[in-house]
Design a protein around this ligand. Sequence first.
Ligand SMILES: [Zn+2]
Length: 151
Amino acid sequence: MDSDLFLEVAFARRDFLERMGQDVIREYLYLGELRNCDGDLLKDWVTFRGKNRIILRGRKRVHKGKTVTGYRCCDTCGAIMYHGEAPHYLCPAPPAGVRILEGGAGTLVVTRDLFEKLSPKKSRDLDFYQLPVLEEPLDDLPVELKCPKPA
Ligand SMILES: [Zn+2]
């Protein structure tokens, strides 16, 4: 049986991201073009990926006697695929001096000063919340999650 491949693509209005400043965008984000079904460039919109990643840690959850939180390693690229129950938090603390991290497709973790520049409004398409930084994770996993680099 064929399996379908789904890719999550994060996109945002260009002017929204630009509230953080061009220098910040250049330092922390990769931007891409967005086109409609007819191939027309949507100039007001961009796709984005973070140059730095962080895992949004969660809580341990047991369902029918099995732990459903945890992580595994991608055999191809060595990426960590993590699942933990909300509410989320950061553990360990993000690297000092990094102002934007990607916490999964479509999720950006930004410092408070950048959050204030963005001054987002909650909507059907946009949610945000403050992330606590914890010294000990609540998912029964080590602080540092590691995957071997594929050969
Ligand atoms: Zn991979």
